[in-house]
Design a protein around this ligand. Structure first.
Ligand code: ADP
Length: 165
């Protein structure tokens, strides 16, 4: 069985992530979307919230499951018996870091990285940018699933209210 992992922090899941998961689900028999749950102050959503949103977004796929992982991705791959990592490449600017990471992961474990070029309509899309635009009241509906958009608008408003206190 050909299995692959799509890793990330998914804070929050965007339509660009779903595009890559969709394409990985066609290429592989089973896809595990692995959500990094290491503690970080910079996240807008908790690990549970990010996992919840991804599970809802991936419900449509028969061969995709969503799991959290702590620590090294290569340790997670070994635990799960997975030897392929799928990453989306948005632009040349992604390449340097992704190549370095792919080579590091290959040196740590028997793990190959497969790069999938982003669909052009999502090449500008990143969770960090979506959060930044949403924080300043920009319209990011259409870039994330509708239910994620609702939670994003609500969370950004909560954070703004906290900052006013
Ligand atoms: P990070 O691990 O840097 O927090 P993200 O959670 O934002 O990354 O994204 C996880 C992975 O999803 C990225 O490494 C990339 O492979 C893929 N990805 C993110 N955004 C897009 C996009 N717009 N199109 C295609 N792939 C994407």
């Amino acid at each position: 069985m050909r299995r692959a992992v799509c890793p990330g922090s998914f804070d929050p899941v965007t339509n660009g992530h779903i595009d890559i998961v969709t394409r990985a689900s066609v290429l592989f028999d089973e896809v595990v979307v692995a959500v990094g749950v290491n503690k970080s102050k910079h996240r807008l959503f908790t690990a549970e919230e990010r996992l919840d949103m991804l599970r809802a977004a991936c419900r449509r796929f028969d061969n995709v499951r969503v799991e959290g992982f702590k620590g090294l991705l290569t340790d997670f791959c070994q635990e799960q018996g997975i030897h392929t990592v799928v990453k989306g490449l948005r632009a040349v600017s992604d390449f340097d870091y992704e190549l370095q990471m792919a080579q590091m992961n290959a040196s740590l474990a028997d793990v190959e990285t497969v790069f999938v070029p982003t669909s052009p309509e999502y090449s500008f899309l990143a969770s960090s940018l979506v959060k930044e635009v949403a924080t300043f009241g920009g319209d990011v509906s259409g870039l994330v699933p509708d239910f994620v958009h609702e939670r994003l608008v609500a969370r950004v408003a909560e954070r703004a209210a906290e900052d006013d206190d």
